[in-house]
Design a protein around this ligand. Structure first.
Ligand code: HEM
Length: 505
C-alpha cells in the first residue's frame, strides 16, 4: 500500500516537474504542441502514421506548427508557396547533413570521415546525368532484357502468377543493381553467362528485401533483440556480396561505381567501411524505383483507359522514330522523351505514392518568412524543420481536384504537352509535385530513374500479357510506417497473372 502511494507521489512530482520546466512558446514562434507524454511527445503517433498525424495537427494549428517528438522539437511547414525559404536557405543556417548522417549510421553502420557533401553530390551528378546517362540507359536496357526475357522462371506462354510488388521490385532492383555495380562476366547475350547475373542479382535482391522489412524500425531504433540479430546477419551477408574484392572483379562497372569508390578511397575509408557505404548506396539508388514501378503498373491495371492510352502511345512513338522495340538493342533517348502520356502517368503515380520528408537542422535562431501574407516566425537553434510535400501540395484539394483519385492525364495539357500550371490560393505554384525532393534534397538519379521505369514498362508491355488475378481486388493500403522515407509501399501484395506474348512471325 505504502509502495503504491509512494510511486504515485513520485510519478505526480515528475509530471509536475516536467510540466513546470517544459518549453513554452515565445512571441513569434509557431504554435507549440507538446503531446500528452513528457519528452516522448507525439513520437508514437508520428512514427505510426505521419500523414494522419500531421493532417490532424494542420487542422488544429494551420500550415505551420511545432511538435515535440522523442525530446526533439520539430517545426512543420505545410505551405508549398513558402518552401523556398527552407530548401534554398544556406547550409550554415539550415543543415541537411546532420540528420542524414545520423540515419546513415543507425541504419547502415556507415561512419565516414568529415567530407564536403556538396563535392560528393557533384560527383554523383556527373556520373548519373548528362553524358553518363546515355551509358546507364543502354546498360539498364540490356540488364532489363536479361532479367525479364532470359529468366526461364518468367518465360512461359502459359499464365504464371506472382505478387505484383515482388515482381516489379525484384526486376527493377536486379537490373538497376547490375547496371550500377556491374555484371558477373561479359556475356554478349550468351544465355549460360547471363545465368550468373540472374543468380547473383537474385541473391542480392532476396537479402536486400529481407533487410527492407526491418529498415523502418532500424531508423527509429525500435528493433527487438531478435530483429537486431537478424538485421546484423543480413547486413553481414550483403557486405560480403558487395565487398570491394567482389566488386572489383566485375565487368561493365558503371562510372558511378568507379567514381564513388575513388571518392571513398580519397577519404581514406577502409575496405570494410566501403562495403557498408555501398550497401547504403544500394538502398539510396534502388529503394524507390521498384516501388514506383509497382504503383504505376497497378494504377494502369486498375484503369483500362490509362493502360490503353499508354499502349497507343508506345506504338506511336516507336513507329514515329523508326524503332521496333522487340528488335532493338537500345531505346533512343528521343523515344523515351516523347512519351508524354507515360510522363503524366508517372507524375500522377508519384504524386499519390511519393512521400519523402525534407528536413533541416536549425543551426542558429533565425526568422522564417512565409510567402503569402508576410507572416514571420522565429525558429529556435537546435530544433528541426520539416516539409511534407505529400500533404501539400500533393494531396491538397485546393491544388488538385479529387486528390485521392488516380487521373492518368492530370499532368497533360489538351495538346499533349506537359501541364505545369497548378494553383493554391489563386497563386501559381513553383512546387506542385515533389516526390524527387527539392533544392539540396533533390534526387540526383531522377533522369536515370525515369528512363529505367519507362524501359521496364515498355519491355514488359511489349513482351507480356499482364492482368490482375482478381480485377475486383482493392488497391492495398499503404504501410503507414514508411511516410517520410521516399516511395510508399503497400501493406500487402496483390496477385497478377502474366504470360509471354506469342510473336507473329
Ligand atoms: C522513383 C524513383 C526515385 C525517387 C522517387 C527518388 C527520390 C529521391 C529523394 C526524395 C531523394 C532525397 C532524399 C533526401 O535527401 O532526404 C533522393 C536522393 C537520392 N537519390 Fe533518388 N529517387 C528515385 C530513384 C533513384 C535512382 C534510380 C537513383 C540512382 C541511380 C537515385 C539516386 C539518389 C541518390 C544517390 C540520392 C542521395 C543524394 C544525396 O546524397 O544528396 N534515386 N531520391
Amino acid at each position: 500500500m505504502l509502495l503504491v502511494a509512494l510511486t504515485t507521489l513520485l510519478v505526480t512530482l515528475a509530471l509536475l516537474w516536467a510540466l513546470y520546466f517544459r518549453r513554452r512558446r515565445l512571441p513569434n514562434e509557431p504554435p507549440l504542441d507538446h503531446g500528452a507524454v513528457p519528452w516522448l511527445g507525439h513520437s508514437i503517433e508520428f512514427g505510426r502514421d505521419a500523414a494522419k498525424f500531421l493532417s490532424k495537427m494542420k487542422q488544429k494549428h494551420g500550415d505551420i506548427f511545432t511538435v515535440q517528438a522523442a525530446g526533439k522539437f520539430v517545426t512543420v511547414l505545410l505551405d508549398p508557396h513558402s518552401y523556398d525559404a527552407v530548401v534554398l536557405e544556406s547550409s550554415n543556417k539550415l543543415d541537411f547533413n546532420k540528420y542524414a548522417r545520423l540515419l546513415m549510421e543507425r541504419m547502415f553502420d556507415v561512419r565516414l570521415p568529415d567530407y564536403d557533401p556538396a563535392v560528393e553530390k557533384a560527383m554523383m551528378k556527373s556520373h548519373l546525368q548528362n553524358k553518363s546517362l546515355h551509358m546507364l540507359t543502354k546498360a539498364m536496357f540490356s540488364n532489363l532484357n536479361t532479367v525479364l526475357l532470359h529468366d526461364r522462371e518468367k518465360l512461359s506462354t502459359e499464365w504464371k502468377e506472382e505478387g505484383l510488388f515482388a515482381f516489379a521490385y525484384s526486376v527493377m532492383l536486379r537490373a538497376g543493381y547490375l547496371t550500377l555495380y556491374g555484371n558477373e562476366s561479359a556475356h554478349d547475350n550468351n544465355p549460360l553467362l547471363q545465368t550468373k547475373d540472374l543468380e547473383h542479382s537474385a541473391e542480392v535482391y532476396n537479402e536486400f528485401y529481407q533487410l527492407e522489412q526491418l529498415l523502418m524500425k532500424l531508423a527509429r531504433s525500435m528493433l527487438s533483440t531478435e530483429e537486431k540479430k537478424e538485421a546484423t546477419r543480413i547486413k553481414k551477408h550483403l557486405w560480403e556480396l558487395l565487398s570491394v574484392g567482389r566488386l572489383n572483379a566485375k565487368v561493365n562497372r558503371s562510372s558511378w561505381l568507379e567514381g564513388y569508390q575513388r571518392h571513398l578511397e580519397e577519404l581514406g575509408v577502409d575496405n570494410v567501411m566501403q562495403s557498408k557505404a555501398l550497401l547504403l548506396q544500394l538502398w539510396a539508388t534502388q529503394g524507390n524505383a521498384g516501388p514506383a514501378a509497382f504503383w504505376l503498373l497497378l494504377f494502369l491495371l486498375k484503369h483500362p483507359d490509362a493502360m490503353a492510352a499508354v499502349h497507343a502511345e508506345l506504338e506511336r512513338v516507336f513507329r514515329s522514330k523508326g524503332q521496333m522495340l522487340p528488335e532493338t538493342e537500345a531505346i533512343k533517348q528521343e523515344v523515351l522523351d516523347s512519351a508524354h502520356v507515360f510522363d503524366s502517368v508517372l507524375s500522377e503515380t508519384l504524386r499519390l505514392t511519393g512521400a519523402p520528408f525534407i528536413t533541416r537542422e536549425v543551426l542558429e535562431d533565425m526568422p522564417l518568412k512565409l510567402a503569402d501574407d508576410g507572416r514571420e516566425y522565429s525558429l529556435r537553434k537546435g530544433d528541426r524543420i520539416l516539409l511534407f510535400p505529400y500533404l501539400s501540395p500533393q494531396m491538397d484539394s485546393e491544388v488538385y481536384e479529387d486528390p485521392e483519385k488516380f487521373k492518368y492525364d492530370r499532368f497533360l495539357n489538351a495538346d499533349h504537352t506537359k501541364k505545369e500550371d497548378f494553383y493554391k490560393g489563386g497563386k501559381k505554384l513553383k512546387y506542385y509535385n515533389m516526390p524527387w525532393g527539392a533544392g539540396n534534397n533533390m534526387c540526383v538519379g531522377k533522369l536515370h530513374a525515369i528512363n529505367s521505369i519507362k524501359q521496364f514498362v515498355f519491355i514488359l508491355l511489349t513482351n507480356f500479357d499482364l492482368e490482375l488475378k482478381d480485377p475486383d481486388e482493392k488497391i492495398p493500403s499503404f504501410d503507414t510506417s514508411r511516410y517520410g522515407f521516399g516511395m510508399l509501399q503497400p501493406r500487402s501484395d496483390i496477385k497478377i497473372r502474366y504470360k509471354q506474348k506469342k510473336r507473329v512471325k
